[in-house]
Design a binder for this molecule. Sequence first.
Ligand code: FES
Length: 141
Amino acid sequence: MKRRDFINWVGLGGIASSLPIAIAACSSQTKTPSSSASKDWQTVGTLAELDKAGQLLVENSPVGPVLVVGTSKAGNLIAVNPTCTHKGCTVAWKAAAKKFICPCHKSEFSVDGKAQKGPADKPLSNYAAKIEGNSIVVKQT
Ligand code: FES
């Protein structure tokens, strides 16, 4: 075997032996984190942030826009996608009325996201929410 042939042969062997590793590395990177992330519990903020205002709005969380309502003392957290089902404005939580109200056309949604007053006629989508250590975590239901 000539020297050049030997080097080519070893070079091909090296590529062939490292190919499975390269494929494995690429395939683990091509998994879409958002698809698995959206089904798992995701941290959207801290307990201190929630307790400060009794609500926590996160527009770009791993699961999408989230509005968490509650406090660490109340325990029972509510989490909805605050995107109004009428034309997409961000609804606000009105604690005194215990409703989500859209600032754009005044649609109202109950604490569990059901449309109570139009023009929106579809409910806000809900998330499961809980406290984990000092974090607020949510996941799609
Ligand atoms: S966008 Fe919310 S009521 Fe129209």
